[in-house]
Design a protein around this ligand. Structure first.
Ligand code: SAH
Length: 362
């Protein structure tokens, strides 16, 4: 599909019921079509399957509308815990990843927000080829609908921690949140949604004003500017103190606890001095606010291109203990789907490499 077609076609899955009402009015259809189509599309029926619409109307919608539902291109199922890693293909041939994790409290889907990423974090596979484009609201939502269609199971929690930087695709992410939360659609509560950012301060400031009870996660990964700038270029634009100031402000306005992500890279940021510095930094920034402090520790997933090394389980536990002893809650992220869970972005990259090899041979 060309960009022109994308721009001229109607993006049904990105529309809220009011927008669908206007669209259906513009093609001479009654108002009630909007509610009918919205709930059925969001629950996984495709246009051609909604038989309560006339054949003629289905045909018209099929040709006039963009088919933004991602298609399963590859699917890896963990033999250990049933985690599913999807490589989805989009209507323009781009690929993204989503991961379905199964917990006692329900299914959680980690979704991508962009094709590729502009942020350049040194340990991350998603950013290696740069950003190709933003995902449409329909494509953010589509990852959930396609997963529910594929598994026949309901997704109850969403984590925006896949490929891309959600706050670099701000408007589409906000629209997605409204769509996924809508009572006539998937009806997923904001409290069941987490959004992770590498620290786009203007985005955090804008998000604060929407006052949505989602959980904001900050990928911190270092406790001083020299180390953070070395692994996360965004830190040169917004340093740690401006990032934490935005976080404190966010907490004061929304009352929502912020979760800090800290990826341990062997020999770079994982010493006990690093742990103490992290604890002091967070306690200092949030002093007097009453905010509970929570750090999620993750051992880095090794990515061939980056050369960063993963430390041992004992090292991460020792790091966690230093933080807990300082009164900062630290949880070590359980690694689900260890047999399928290559670092985020690696499945897409290996698929790109395969395609390049094929093209090279022709
Ligand atoms: N751009 C957003 C969301 C996507 S990344 C963000 O930066 O938060 C989701 C999380 O995975 C981030 O905390 C990111 O720093 C982390 N991450 C990326 N590559 C990783 C790797 N190789 N090993 C461990 N964590 C990684």
């Amino acid at each position: 599909m060309t960009l022109m077609e994308t721009l001229t076609k109607v993006d049904l899955y990105s529309m809220l019921p009011d927008e669908l009402i206007s669209y259906f009015a513009s093609i001479g259809e009654p108002k009630y079509r909007a509610a009918q189509v919205f709930s059925r599309l969001h629950r996984g029926e495709k246009i051609e399957e909604i038989t309560s619409l006339s054949k003629q109307l289905r045909e018209r919608l099929r040709t006039e509308c963009l088919d933004t539902l991602p298609v399963v291109c590859e699917k890896l199922v963990s033999k250990i815990d049933g985690t599913i890693k999807y490589l989805f293909r989009l209507h323009d041939g781009s690929c993204i990843e989503s991961v379905l994790m199964r917990y006692k409290h329900g299914n959680s889907l980690c979704i991508s927000s962009q094709v590729g990423c502009l942020m350049g974090c040194k340990f991350c596979a998603s950013t290696i080829g740069g950003k190709v484009r933003d995902l449409l609201p329909s494509e953010l939502l589509g990852q959930i609908i396609a997963t529910e269609r594929d598994t026949g199971e309901r997704v109850s929690n969403i984590v925006m921690m896949g490929i891309g930087e959600p706050l670099d695709n701000f408007d589409n992410v906000i629209k997605f949140l409204q769509l996924v939360n809508h009572k006539d659609g998937l009806n997923i509560g904001y409290r069941h949604i987490s959004l992770s950012t590498c620290g786009v301060v203007t985005g955090i400031q804008r998000l604060k004003n929407y006052d949505l009870p989602i959980t904001l996660s900050i990928s911190l990964h270092a406790s001083n500017d020299a180390k953070r700038s070395e692994i996360m270029p965004i830190n040169k634009k917004w340093n740690i103190s401006s990032l934490l100031a935005a976080c404190v402000d966010y907490y004061k306005v929304t009352g929502r606890r912020i979760s800090f992500e800290y990826t341990l890279i062997s020999g770079k940021n994982d010493s006990s001095a690093d742990a103490r510095a992290l604890g002091e930094l967070l306690k200092g920034a949030f002093r007097g606010t009453g905010a509970p402090l929570h750090v999620n520790l993750i051992r880095v997933n090794e990515v061939k291109e980056t050369g960063f090394k993963r430390g041992s389980a004992e090292e991460v536990n020792a790091f966690a203990k230093v933080l807990s002893d300082m009164g900062v809650v630290a949880t070590v992220r359980r690694r689900l789907g260890a047999d399928v869970n290559a670092a985020c972005g690696q499945l897409r990259r290996s698929n790109m490499n395969k395609n390049e090899e094929k093209e090279g041979k022709n």
